[in-house]
Write a new protein. Sequence first.
Length: 447
Amino acid sequence: MENFINTIKNIWKIEELRTRILTTLSLILIYRLGSVVVLPGVDPSQLTNLKSQTSDGLLGLINMFSGGAFANASVFALGIMPYISASIVIQLLGIAIPYFQRLQKEGESGRKKITQITRFLTVLITAAQAPGYLSNLKTQLPPEAFVTSSALFWTSSIIILIAGTMFVMWLGERITDKGLGNGISLIIMIGIIARLPQSIALEFGTRLDGAGGLIMFLVEIAILLIIITFSILLIQGTRRIPVQYAKRIVGNKQYGGVRQYLPFKVNSAGVMPIIFAQAIMFIPITLAGFTGGDNVSWFVSSFSDYTGFAYNMTFAILIILFTYFYTAITMNPQQIADDLKRNEGFIPGIKPGKKTAEFIDNVMSRITLPGSIFLAIVAILPSIAMLIGVNNQFAQFFGGTSLLILVGVVLDTLQQIETHLLNRHYDGLLKTGRIKGRTVNYGSTSI
């Protein structure tokens, strides 16, 4: 306890770190206040049906990422997700289109152009999603919930939703520049954490009403802590490959001649395979809904059941495949081998060049398999939790995208705090070792 208090004092003594923390908290507070500001023309007392619709399923997941703004019909209802979608699209275009590949190689000027294109694409995606959100709002809420004319409500609300998403994006960028940690990641994490107290309270109330009692609730908390521990291990797990650098003597100075290690993460793809797999899973259901007919009823019922075997097995397989795919496009063994050769480094026992690239590729394939399987298991844990009677909202914290984002962002933020402490010759947050974060980049965004 004394060490913890001393660490807090040390953090407060560093003026730059103190300023960054206060700036981050202030900007997050603005975001949280905006998430409860209802769209003009909507009666807040009539949102019961909308909140019931977003209690589980895909809309429940979207509502969690927006920190409840989706269910509140807030000016931030679409949250940061259109920006995330735009960033993913831009990154995928960087793989297939030469123009974006050139921008990625142009350094700071190219990064600025990519950021500008991402922002324009964010506006387009938000403009496409806003009418769909408003249509759902019109369906779920009674007519008396709208106090303005239809034309005025549609026009003003679409503009406000676009402006809200762009403002949230701006808040995230300001947190990254002036605050602590990655702003976009922190905004998503805060949205997830905002739902946690209510979810715990609902589960606690359910258990006290007779469904297992207090003992069962404590068992669930213990299981959740174990899952979090394994998630940390998944994020921090690495395989280190020794690299020997050739000895060179230039004048009176000696260069190289030392052994270092190349760290390869067990889960280098982060949560991106889960995000991709979830997007794919809902495409067939949407198309089947438009098609209609009895011949697709079995398909729709099977893949609409988030706790069903067919849904979760398909979901897990997609996650494993996307993990290999994302690792392949983000990790280039040939480039790593070329960089080693250029710096006169080599892996002991492996010839430089093509043999080194093949060796690194084999290592990545071997460590990606257990990482992808464990990622798939973590992704379907919420469904398993629902099957054993855990409240739908609380079950979302037993795995999936929400838990991995939560753990990853917390580790990355603590790593930055520890870096500030160590740079000022203070003790780190841990007595032994260093905190290792996990940042997955897509476009100008990180999670």
